[in-house]
Design a protein around this ligand. Structure first.
Ligand SMILES: Nc1nc2c(c(=O)[nH]1)N[C@H]1C(S)=C(S)[C@@H](COP(=O)(O)OP(=O)(O)OC[C@H]3O[C@@H](n4cnc5c(N)ncnc54)[C@H](O)[C@@H]3O)O[C@H]1N2
Ligand code: MOO
Length: 414
């Protein structure tokens, strides 16, 4: 269903919705072909390339979950005689018989004959005699062999992004090296005659190139290999050369700027000539004139030049695209939470808006969100003080203070 744009409506009938754009991007992409073996400490933020079956039971043997006494539950609340000690790393070699117990520490192997551990806080000890405060329940405080992972079971499926917990699982299996997809190479450059490098003096009309810094950081946090190709002027020949160079060295090419309808906006036309434009423009704010396509076998994103548009489009589209190309089997969307918004937010219907917000706790300890101020696409400071986007749907006319909104988190994910 399409409708004509009007002066008061932000809708562009030629633009994609955010959802359909994301679906088309994910559909078009496949993981990189290359794989490599890496040691565990090099595995963080990489994606596992092959299913990993557990070569052992974890834990390998039954052990105690508490410091206390290992005994037979069947003997009820009768006193027990201490016949030995089982420490982590130093098991008790004998057998626990009727009326006996073994002093045991957390993680130490359960001695033969014992099926239960009583915490030391629940007994009184007098010499080698132990009195219980009641009859223990069989199996209490025992961690069983294979309880965490069974020998031969699927421990980590291919396509898993390796975060600290998963790398820890691999270590617990004794696996020191794994097969992962090779690191994704992402080349990027900024376009614009007005751009100067940080540190250079500015002539009238010039600005510093901040987009490469935000891009660099977002790429690094995703575990991609950033290839920073610098600044390229608004000159079709220079841009063509830069696009050819970038696409020859990278899996993904990202540009910022020059993708709108201005007289110095050449990126989309060049993409049409040198590669393929899958689509251009999305009904979102900021970030409408995003171009997605392919060039010389590399995935291409032409991000709008405005600094906040770069970040908004990166989080919505580039991040999931990179995760897919990195090999992730189920690309996880950024989490959305419903919370109360303490500010009135203005919006025109027609585009989904990603407004900068700060998720915080109010005086009652409830999570609420506040706007971080000016929402111009050029205002990076309100992005810097934000920790989430407040997502206002396409047809929303805005929200009154106190209303419930959805916020999208992009920080603090483990
Ligand atoms: N007539 C129209 N004009 C514009 C439209 C439109 O639909 N019709 N769309 C607007 C929207 S929305 C955006 S977003 C911008 C995007 O335009 P471009 O992608 O062509 O970006 P530029 O014009 O090159 O730059 C926009 C803005 O950002 C500054 N910039 C660019 N690169 C950097 C950088 N590396 N670091 C910091 N700042 C950068 C640039 O100086 C401009 O101020 O177009 C609107 N116009
Ligand atoms: O979408 Mo533009 O990104 O509003 O500035």
């Amino acid at each position: 269903m399409s409708k004509a744009p009007s002066c008061c409506d932000d809708f562009d009938p030629q633009a994609q919705t955010v959802d359909s754009a994301l679906a088309r991007i994910l559909e078009a992409l496949t993981p990189v072909a290359g794989r490599e073996q890496v040691p565990l400490l090099g595995a963080y933020d990489r994606v596992l390339a092959a299913d990993l079956l557990s070569p052992v039971d974890v834990p390998a043997w039954a052990n105690s979950a508490m410091d206390g006494y290992a005994l037979r539950a069947v003997d009820g609340d009768a006193p027990r005689r201490v016949v030995g000690t089982s420490l982590a790393g130093h098991p008790f070699a004998g057998m626990v018989d009727a009326g006996e117990c073994v002093r045991i520490m957390t993680g130490a192997p359960m001695p033969a004959g014992a099926d239960t551990v009583v915490m030391q806080e629940h007994v009184t000890r007098d010499g080698d005699q132990v009195r219980l405060s009641g009859a223990p329940k069989a199996g209490d405080n025992v961690r069983h062999a294979g309880e965490d992972l069974r020998h031969g079971s699927l421990a980590v499926p291919a396509g898993t992004l390796l975060r600290p917990a998963t790398v820890g699982v691999l270590a617990s299996l004794g696996i020191g090296e794994i097969s992962v997809y090779r690191r994704l190479r992402v080349a990027f450059f900024s376009t614009g005659d007005e751009l100067q490098p940080v540190g250079a003096p500015l002539a009238p009309g010039q600005i510093y190139d901040s987009n490469r810094y935000t891009l660099h950081g977002m790429l690094r946090r995703l575990g991609a290999q950033p290839l920073d190709l610098g600044r390229v002027p608004d000159d079709p020949a220079a841009l063509e050369q830069a696009l050819r160079e970038a696409s020859s060295m990278a899996d993904v090419v990202i540009t910022s700027g020059g993708v709108s309808v201005g007289e110095a906006d050449f990126v989309k036309d060049l993409l049409e000539r040198l590669g393929r434009v899958n689509f251009w423009k999305i009904n979102m704010k900021p970030g409408r004139p995003l171009a997605f396509g392919e060039i010389n076998g590399a995935t291409f994103f032409g991000l709008p030049g405005n600094p906040v548009s770069v970040m908004a489009t990166f989080y919505q589209f580039v991040r999931p695209a990179l995760l897919k190309r990195m090999g992730m089997a189920q690309v996880e969307p950024l989490p959305l939470l419903r919370v109360r918004c303490l500010d009135t937010l203005k919006k025109r219907p027609g585009r989904v808006e990603f407004q900068r917000g700060r998720l915080q706790r109010d005086a009652n300890g409830e999570w609420v969100v506040r706007s971080t101020g000016s929402q111009g696409s050029h205002v990076l400071s309100s992005m810097s003080s934000a920790n989430c986007f407040i997502v206002l749907p396409q047809e929303s006319p805005g929200v009154e203070a106190g209303g419930v909104v959805e916020v999208q988190l992009w920080e603090g994910l483990v």
